[in-house]
Ligand binder design. Sequence first.
Ligand code: IPE
Ligand code: IPE
Ligand code: MG
Length: 244
Amino acid sequence: MNYKEMLPELKKEKLPKHIAIIMDGNGRWAKKNNTKRVNGHREGVTALRRIVEAASDAGIKVLTVYAFSTENWGRSKTEVSYLLKLIMDSLIKEIDELNENNVRIQFIGTKEKLDESYNKKVMQTCKKSWNNSGLKLNIAMNYGGRKEITDAFNEIHDDIITGKIEAPITENLINNYLYTANFPDVDLVIRTSGEERLSNFLIWQSAYAEFWFTKTLWPDFTAEEFIKAIMDYQNRKRRFGRRK
Ligand code: IPE
Ligand code: IPE
Ligand code: MG
């Protein structure tokens, strides 16, 4: 079945406002297909294109995907530089089509450890999409949830010292200092490849998220399975600590 045939079955009023995806399993996909890890990552970009299209068609407003974690620097130098280059090249290659599809793309993460020229190029390219009003696509690049919260605390500290803001620090204030300040909390976290953990992804924003795991490796993840995850989400009872 094509995912487009599944769309009418989605309950429009119960769509997750913000979906977060941990795109995992590229390395194992490569191994399974007797090819190099880098080819797994390349196939991973193709999978992301499918999911962005499906998310747009499904009427999802915010999609945040985990592309490179602050912990991923611990991989081999070759793999790290391949990933950095792949992420940049894919952004540049896809920006026109993203624009055609009214997608607004933004990178979230720390600029630390990345070259200034890299950060600048990312910013310049993303900006081309900032008048778009469709799907908001956040690429979590050089992202770590603890780093994000630590940076927020330091900025809050500085702003209190300089009198820009006043104590007390509230949850709302902390929210406003995160990279995701303008976005709703995460409703649904999807992780592929059979791992069932957050790996430092959106730890504050996912405090009350629903989780959906699949054994499918990221490069094999289809739009149909993505829509299935949303349907599954729509059948969950979210209680938020209350009784009904
Ligand atoms: C996810 O695939 C992509 C990144 C972490 C950048 P992996 O590279 O983690 O693939 P596995 O987990 O080794 O299969
Ligand atoms: C999480 O996957 C990071 C990304 C998908 C970018 P990892 O493969 O790096 O996470 P662990 O090592 O399984 O926790
Ligand atoms: Mg992995």
